[in-house]
Ligand binder design. Structure first.
Ligand SMILES: NC(=O)c1ccc[n+]([C@@H]2O[C@H](COP(=O)([O-])OP(=O)(O)OC[C@H]3O[C@@H](n4cnc5c(N)ncnc54)[C@H](OP(=O)(O)O)[C@@H]3O)[C@@H](O)[C@H]2O)c1
Length: 295
């Protein structure tokens, strides 16, 4: 199959391209230099020329604080940009696989959110992503909207810059020997490689719709950090941060755990527990300069 991956230079996009290629599909990467999703003309020219059967959209403005400061820019990318992709994919008859977020929920529940739960975003990022979801679902019937959570992978997250949470924790342990991490925000940390495999498996079927797609089970950021150090064999002084110790302008859901109910229903849930995903990530990490004390 001919597959186009928008956001192809991103953390998730790069893994999506690799996994499709491993599966012998003809996947090509569309970087920001090649496509500007905010421009209908750019999307149309690019996709019509390549005529893919499947388009995966991983492009987004997802730095939560920047979205709060620049709502027009967030909506231009996460809503109107996605609308452009939905319109063009419908026109060329392509399936659209679009990546969304757990931040469409307000986090007031204490049990995992299913696809049937009412979204109620707390911040501009979540609102703009929800608008993007609505465009996809109402414009192109051949769609998969996948909500995911707390991504990390071997490639750099371009929108947030710096290291992912796992690598940051290991770096802080090495350079400082202590970390303080919040224990009042719960997520399902999901490796980009696992999500990429899930995307490839869905591209083979026509059970279109909205799906939650995160690692199984959940943890607080503090529990996640503890597991990172435990699996990596790192000695570090880890403490629970006080509520409000890391103030942010944009409110965030305290509990954004998702249940992969839809994927289970169609028998295509490929995602493993967050601990298993983390263990594989740490094992496969480039064995180059490991911090001292890490086996
Ligand atoms: N990261 C997370 O923790 C997380 C959690 C839940 C959901 N998600 C969702 O997962 C998806 C992938 O995230 P990621 O971590 O892979 O992000 P990423 O590393 O920042 O990649 C996003 C890619 O989109 C490109 N892009 C941005 N604006 C664009 C535009 N206007 N036109 C064309 N391309 C554009 C970026 O290119 P440039 O960098 O060159 O601009 C980048 O290559 C996003 O939809 C995000 O909302 C992420």
């Amino acid at each position: 199959m001919n597959i186009a991956v928008i956001g192809g230079s991103g953390q998730l996009g790069r893994d999506v391209v690799s996994v499709f290629r491993e599966s012998h599909d003809h996947a090509f990467s569309l970087t920001h230099a090649e496509i500007e999703i905010c421009s209908f003309e750019s999307v149309k020219t690019c996709l019509q020329e390549k005529s893919p059967a499947v388009v995966v959209n991983t492009a987004a403005m997802h730095h939560v604080e920047n979205c709060e400061k620049e709502p027009a820019a967030a909506y231009a990318v996460n809503a109107i940009g996605v609308r452009n992709i939905a319109l063009v994919t419908r026109e060329i008859g392509a399936t659209l696989i679009h990546v969304s977020t757990d931040y469409v929920f307000d986090g007031k529940k204490s049990t995992p959110y299913a696809e049937e739960d009412l979204p109620l975003p707390l911040n501009v990022y979540g609102n703009s992503k929800l608008a993007g979801e609505c465009y996809v679902r109402t414009i192109n019937p051949k769609h998969f909207v996948l909500r995911t959570s707390a991504l990390y992978g071997k490639h750099q997250c371009r929108g947030k810059g710096g290291r992912n949470f796992v690598d940051l924790m290991l770096e802080l342990a090495r350079t400082r020997g202590w970390v303080r991490v919040v224990s009042d925000e719960f997520v399902s940390p999901t490796p980009t490689y696992d999500l990429a495999r899930q995307i490839v498996s869905l591209s083979r079927c026509d059970s279109y719709g909205l799906y939650h797609a995160t690692s199984e089970s959940s943890c607080s950021w503090y529990e996640f950090a503890r597991e990172i150090f435990s699996l990596a064999g790192v000695q570090v002084n880890i403490e629970v941060a006080n509520p409000g110790e890391f103030p942010t302008k944009a409110p965030r859901p305290a509990y954004s755990v998702l249940e992969n109910r839809g994927l289970n229903k169609i028998g295509l849930n490929k995602l493993v527990s967050w601990q298993e995903g983390l263990e594989r990530y740490l094992t496969e990490k480039v064995p180059a300069p490991l911090p001292s004390g890490i086996r």
